[in-house]
Ligand binder design. Structure first.
Ligand code: PRP
Ligand code: URA
Length: 209
């Protein structure tokens, strides 16, 4: 699939395996999600545009690359996406943050929108949408549709674990969006949870349930 990058770095794989372990507690889980987001973000942002800027070194004046254009936007899908924001902010501390609130109906598994606030002008920014889990793909696809309705154009999506069904759907509905996946799992179960997965990402990050 064009525009889909599945991470194969051993540090990312190791940290995702620690996340999957049901004996990993909330504190370590949060730290791992943040670290994985930083490692994945490093790869996902490798094509950020740069421009040559004049700099005076102690030796001479020179033109060197700096990040160009409007500050990028990180857009977590609430709640679980919040856990990935800090990691990306370590790479790009000046990024603006948008928020999209979606929850999955437990019976239909359909996403429901409850919040959307994006930094303006959104059409001039590189936008990195973050959510640890891509299951049916409904939440990710709807979030990207909302961002496009607000004018967003240059959109990337980053998730830690994806199911094949969700990856296919997201790519089909938004072929222009670059998708970065930490690990591609086997399948969804009858409750639309990812197998083997890591359980409910929001509950594990926030210690709920
Ligand atoms: C989880 C997860 C994704 C969504 C993935 O959120 O963080 O947003 O499910 O499922 P999908 O691909 O089938 O849409 P959830 O709806 O449980 O909300 P929460 O983050 O508030 O717990
Ligand atoms: N949301 C989660 O948090 N986990 C899954 O496996 C599927 C959706």
């Amino acid at each position: 699939m064009d525009n889909v990058i599945i991470m194969d770095h051993p540090l990312i794989q190791h940290k995702i395996s620690r996340l999957r372990d049901k004996s990993t507690g909330t504190n370590e889980f949060r730290t791992l999600v943040s670290e994985i987001a930083m490692l994945m973000g490093f790869e996902a942002l490798r094509d950020l545009p740069t421009e040559l800027v004049e700099i005076e070194t102690p030796i001479e004046t020179t033109k060197q690359p700096m990040i160009a254009g409007k500050k990028m936007a990180i857009v977590p899908i609430l709640r679980a996406g919040l856990g990935m924001v800090d990691g990306v902010l370590q790479l790009v501390p000046s990024a603006k943050i948008g928020h999209i609130g979606l929850y999955r109906d437990p019976d239909t598994h359909e996403p429901h929108e409850y919040y959307c606030k994006l930094p303006e002008p959104i059409d001039q920014r590189t936008i990195l949408v973050v959510d640890p889990m891509l299951a049916t793909g409904g939440s990710g696809a709807d979030a990207i549709t909302m961002i496009k309705q607000h004018g967003g154009k240059n959109i990337k999506f980053m998730c830690i674990i994806a199911a094949p069904e969700g990856l296919e759907r997201l790519h089909k509905e938004h072929p222009d969006v670059q998708i970065y996946v930490g690990a591609l799992d086997r399948q969804l179960n009858e409750n639309a949870y990812i197998c083997p997965g890591l359980g409910d990402a929001g509950d594990r990050i926030f210690g709920t349930k």
